[in-house]
Write a protein that binds this ligand. Structure first.
Ligand code: NAD
Length: 237
């Protein structure tokens, strides 16, 4: 059996990715930062699907902690860099600390996990990495400048790594979600969400399960790499 590691699996999109991989026959390891109850619920969802579950309390922005975690993971064939944080506010309120933290989690965290996964994939002879970016990383989002820049960097990291690792049969792709109903977007007002969603062809936000389906597809697809797969309800048509 092969193992998939999903970062940020204690809730939202990450939890649904864990469940989707468990149903697809993978053992699932995932990270969380603080939410023990959320992590227990994700373990329950993974085991309910008949798969093995491993939960790691690990801040992905801590390179040493990431390295220690990878030392305890065996049979790794897929890495999903889903952990992410957002900041809503104009540029004047985006302090250097906020900007640094956005990049530390959304970019450096993914980089550290990729760097550790690569060694395991090279030993195995293949592997697949899926990074969870955002439509704002493609188009830029007003009042989400730091977040948008970090997700644009994640897309750049994905493409460069795909070129570098392709000859070693390691594929690297991105899923780029639009508005998805999770705790991350819970702070937006109902009016702001409704206004955004009414301009989309399906006139609704996406679900975590819809993003998870796309992540699983990309993880398994063997002739796609360096791709940015949009799951955004037609936001960019
Ligand atoms: P969420 O806030 O509900 O969950 C984020 C997860 O990341 C949590 O499990 C959290 O514990 C984990 N996490 C945060 N910081 C971490 C750290 N330093 N180390 C390890 N784990 C950490 O968010 P979500 O909506 O489920 O988003 C998941 C991913 O999808 C994020 O990368 C986000 O940027 C991206 N995304 C979300 C939306 C949306 O509308 N919800 C849209 C586009 C992209």
């Amino acid at each position: 059996m092969s193992t998939a590691l999903i970062t940020g699996g204690s809730r939202g999109i990450g939890r649904e990715i864990c469940a989707a991989f468990a149903r697809a026959g993978y053992d699932v390891a995932f990270t969380y930062t603080k939410d023990e109850a959320g992590a227990r619920e994700t373990v329950r969802r993974i085991q309910e699907a008949g798969a093995g579950a491993l939960a790691f309390r690990c801040d992905v922005s801590d390179a040493a902690a990431v390295r220690a975690m990878f030392g305890q993971i065996f049979g790794l064939s897929v890495l999903v860099n889903n952990a992410g944080i957002a900041f809503y506010g104009d540029m004047q309120s985006t302090t250097p600390d906020i900007l640094r933290r956005l990049f530390a989690v959304n970019v450096e965290g993914a980089f550290y996990c990729m760097r550790e996964a690569i060694g395991k994939f090279l030993a195995r002879g293949e592997g697949s990495i899926v990074n969870v970016a955002s439509v704002w990383g493609e188009t830029g989002g007003s009042c989400e400048v730091g977040y948008s820049a970090s997700k644009a960097a994640l897309i750049g990291l994905t493409k460069a790594a795909a070129k570098e690792l392709g000859p070693s049969d390691i594929r690297v792709n991105c899923v780029s979600p639009g508005m998805v109903d999770t705790d991350m977007t819970a702070c937006l007002s109902a009016e702001a969400k409704a206004e955004f969603c009414s301009a989309l062809p399906p006139a609704r936000a996406g679900t975590p399960a819809e993003v998870a389906e796309a992540v699983l597809f990309l993880a398994k697809q063997r002739f796609m790499t360096g791709e940015v797969l949009r799951v955004n309800g037609g936001c960019l048509i």
